[in-house]
Design a protein around this ligand. Sequence first.
Ligand code: GLC
Length: 578
Amino acid sequence: MKNYLIVLFALLLGVSCGETPEKAPPAIAGKTWWKEAVIYQLYPRSFKDSDGDGVGDLNGIIQELDYLQSLGITAIWLNPIYSSPNADNGYDVSDYRGIMEEFGTMSDFDRMLQGMHERGIRLIMDIVVNHSSEEHPWFLSARSSRDSPYRDYYHWWPAEKGVPPYRYSLFDATGNAWKFDSVTNAYYLHYFSAQQPDLKWENPEVRQEVYDIMTFWAEKGVDGFRLDAFQFAAKDTTYPEFPEGFEKDFIQYYAMQDGLHGYLKEMNREVLSRYDVMSVSEGAGRNFEDAHMLVDADREELDMAYAFEGVDIPKYEGYDLDTMKEVFGRWDAEFATQGWLSIFLANHDQARMVSRWGDDRPEFRDASASLLNTFILSMRGTPYCYYGDELGMTNMDMDSISEYNDIAAINGYEKARSEGADMAAFMERLNFTSRDNGRTPMQWTDGPHAGFTTGEPWLPVNENKDRINVARQDTLPGSVLNHFRKLTRLRRESDVLIYGAYELVDAGNPDIYAYTRSLGDEQVLVLLNFSSEAAGYSLPGSLVPGNRLIDNYDPDAMAPLDAGTLRPWQAVICKLGR
Ligand code: GLC
């Protein structure tokens, strides 16, 4: 509402100052801060360690608040910082109102939040409530006796009924999501690891607990919630048999089951609608209809979702640009007039962006990292930029399973071995795809441990810290970092990049991804060469590239491009017409 009033006021002001009405910016329907936000995903374990224990912490974030502000981001999504035994790096919560000891205290949190707000940065918390930790007091009580008041907070299958219908676990070393627990002679359900028992959302007491937890954080002043794995929360508690092989397409059986929308409407009523907070779902369901039902404004559920189809495109074998154009174009078209999405190419569940989507060889690394950032910040949808990608941080080389930390990698290895897989091939793929690649310590300097810690880092620092680090890039005008800063400024200042319609041009070009964004009279052209060779493009006669707004090869150039070709991984946003 406030935003509409501001637009109205600005329009009136423009007219009363004698400007012609044509020059007034177009009124934009559905304008909100979270559509305009530039979100930075901060993985706290790896960002900055202030006390030398090798693990990033909240005081480390506080030390770097000025850096965060200098990036021009407007919100931070913080991965979980709650008390946790860390079976899955904080995605196994044992106290939803407590801060993980390694990360600091609640007063550190309060200072961090205040420091962010003072710098115009909002904070989005990760809410992990499809499951808790097995060490959460609810589960400790639930597993102790069938009569526990918390028994019904989780999914149980009494062993006297025989073996439960097969459920697939994403992280378990045996692949089975039911774990037998001898204390009460029953199986409990865990879609992720056995240390992450699924909460039973069908129980209204569980739901109320979660709303109370969210209210606790909203009252502290946080600005949003990312709902972890929430599309899996509703379950058919008769636990029917699923067809053999269902796990190959498990999303169809696990996501968006009956009841889920009701829970979200209730959450919206109980919490989300009462605060100025944004909400984002991890996962956008099984199809477009599901996605719209999650995020369309009239549904009164969530604000946005992130769909995985885009981020899943690059495989170990590579990817082709046609697929990328087709997938991003299809999602954009589907949400052009209703609903809102996120744009991202990486997160903590992926290997590094530049290694998957770009070319991380030294000669192309910087250009391709900057190109990918240009893509994220010039598409429609709220951009999510993953820590380190503003520097072009790359994958690691980890040859032996003993170097890995991630439960998904370690249990995946065990599972593959017990199934007799080709382990050399498995390790080669893991080296490229592992989530550990995306979790290595932030590279601040070329000093010991990249300035991340004075102790032993919990995960090795990438050897390329000497070239890829904040201190060095800060001083270079054309660095990935300074390009990123320019991009966020451009994005924040141009409604056309936020709200403008997206249209693909030179559609069949195998190397260049070109598109326009248009809003009212304003139009910009984005030209991205997704290849390590120079490549040509052709534009319809109506589109003449004008002055450059940003160019990753020539940071100061404003003049129009020399028409027709782009250099390897060159990324340009320009006005149209001379
Ligand atoms: C989500 C998180 C991932 C975590 C999983 C289980 O997919 O992004 O990191 O392992 O949920 O909580």
